[in-house]
Write a protein that binds this ligand. Structure first.
Ligand SMILES: *Cc1c(COP(=O)(O)O)cnc(C)c1O
Length: 430
């Protein structure tokens, strides 16, 4: 895409061309690169809040709690922004619990998901007073019960059971989680027995039911199907005398990486609530756990072109961001749009490139077969990198992690410094 092609970019809200340069809200991205270097993650506060507002509109008037799944992007400044906007959090580790608390989260608005919670993590979460444990196996029920009974005050642990509704989310196999063969949740057929067991354990207080069927879901059908199956289970559980105060429908809504057209959060929830009402559960407390759809389209990764490497079969554009910064292409063969930060210099030929990083792995690519008019030194933006990029980044090849900037209107703030290289061996004993 060239600056002439469009003023706004699809899949990148609040990103637009102005005077031959790429801007995010009212900040020219080139100036951020000049101040902070590359690779550099930049997030739009307006994009995050508008994504949240779509959910808030969809759930308006209901007893609902939006628990942001912070593994999507766990930068403290973003957590703080979402906490102040009314979000709770969905955590999957004690580390995420401490992060959420450090960002000012209300512990009562935290739910704890994950198949492998350790007793130490359970103890810490009980002590902090989290809202609910989303328990994923019968064995975990027994461990949590024992941990709660051994706590000083003996208060029971609030639990919900994550059920596996056996629904195909129609997404990449690595991010489908609601099928029978996935490691997540309690198998559909074992759910009733697990609830009866939970209700009989004195260290547990049964609070709700939850599911999460996968990620990057781009149609409403899997959600409607999962809702029906969860409500069928809920009816069977309540028929046995176990009341469930809340229903947690998980996260998973997809974003526009490359022309996908997922339902808007408000439209999706209007549909889902109509179904919930029709089945008579409309006044139940509702929890949801969106991650990607709140932050994914709000972030860009800025990177500098280091070398152009023309070849007989392939041209390579070598940039200074890599799979350690942006693991999604290597992990899921995912597509991120890549656009220049400025209009190309005159006479720059447009060629088809594989955009690759410096890491010593053939899997280290950011984009394949991209038509780009670039020269060495030019800056590029990798779009839709607000979710599952920085939070999945590593130090492979002893590469320090990138810096992060939060933009709001005409102001920008460094929310994470570039990692100093000597920090990489700070914990080592040579
Ligand atoms: C990862 C995860 C989420 C968030 O998924 P998104 O696709 O990012 O919305 C929600 N709930 C659970 C249990 C998860 O593991």
């Amino acid at each position: 895409m060239t600056p002439a092609a469009a003023a706004a970019l699809p899949g990148a809200p609040f990103v637009h061309w102005r005077d031959g340069r790429l801007w995010l809200e009212d900040i020219c991205l080139q100036t951020l690169v000049e101040q902070h270097g590359t690779p550099l993650f930049v997030y739009s506060q307006a994009a995050i809040l508008s994504a949240l507002a779509a959910y808030q509109r969809g759930l308006a008037g209901r007893d609902a709690l939006i628990c942001y799944a912070l593994k999507a992007n766990s930068s403290l400044a973003i957590l703080k922004l979402l906490a102040q906007a009314g979000c709770g959090f969905d955590i999957v580790s004690a580390g995420e619990l401490e992060r959420a608390l450090a960002a000012g989260a209300d512990p009562a608005r935290i739910v704890f998901s994950g198949v492998g919670k350790t007793p130490a993590e359970m103890r810490r979460a009980l002590q902090a007073g989290i809202g609910c444990f989303n328990v994923e196996s019968e064995a975990e029920l027994e461990t949590l019960n024992a941990v709660a009974l051994a706590q000083g005050d003996g208060a029971p642990a609030p639990v919900s059971l994550r059920v596996n509704p056996n629904v195909d989310a129609q997404t990449h196999p690595y991010i489908a989680t609601g099928l029978r063969d996935n490691k997540f949740g309690i198998a559909h057929d074992n759910t009733l027995a697990a609830y009866l067991r939970a209700a009989a354990l004195p260290g547990l207080r049964v609070l709700g039911i939850d599911c999460h069927i996968g990620s990057q879901i781009t149609s409403e059908a899997p959600y409607l199907q999962a809702m029906d199956r969860v409500l069928d289970l809920l009816a069977a559980i309540e028929a046995r005398g176990i009341a469930l105060a809340h229903i947690d429908f998980g996260g998973g809504l997809g974003i526009d990486y490359h022309g996908e057209a997922p339902p808007a959060a408000d439209a999706l929830w209007h549909k889902l609530l109509a179904r919930l009402d029709a089945r008579g559960y409309g006044s139940r407390k509702i929890l949801i756990e969106p991650g990607r759809s709140l932050v994914g389209n709000a972030g860009l990764c800025l990177t500098q072109t280091l070398y152009l490497k023309p070849g007989a079969h392939k041209n390579f554009c070598v940039v200074d961001a890599a799979m350690n910064d942006l693991p999604r292409p290597a992990l899921y063969q995912s597509h991120h749009q890549i656009v220049p930060l400025s209009a190309p210099a005159p006479q720059t030929p447009a060629r088809v490139y594989d955009v690759v990083g410096p890491v010593c792995e053939s899997g280290d690519w950011l984009g394949k077969d991209r038509l780009l008019a670039v020269r060495a030194g030019d800056m590029l933006a990798v779009l839709s990198t607000g979710a599952y990029c920085m939070s999945m980044s590593s130090n492979y090849n002893s590469r320090p992690r990138a810096a992060e900037i939060l933009v709001s209107g005409a102001s920008s703030r460094l929310i994470r410094q570039r990692e100093p290289v000597h920090d990489l061996w700070r914990l080592e004993n040579p």
